[in-house]
Design a protein. Sequence first.
Length: 114
Amino acid sequence: MEVKKLSLERIFKALTSLGLSEADARVYVYLALKGPTKAGSIVDNLTVSRQQLYRSLKVLQDKGIVFEDMKNQGVFSALLFEKALELLIETEKEKTEILQETKKPSSRRTRANL
């Protein structure tokens, strides 16, 4: 049991270090562990407001790690931990590359050019 707890703590820390809020990470971990779940059940089990839940679900869907079942509206699922972490890491790498490109002298604009 202790190993599982440590693993979940590490996953939670990884998710928050990759840009998820604590609320978003909690929702993602819950869905990843429970499988397809109705929004109402998530609200009850995580003791989160419905408004906060839908904000978190939107963020997670935008990141591509949670999705709503097209046949059963209001039922949400999450990617496996490994896939979600890979996707979030890739997104962070892309952001870093974009920032590095903007720092290159050839892409800098001077005040005169603005």
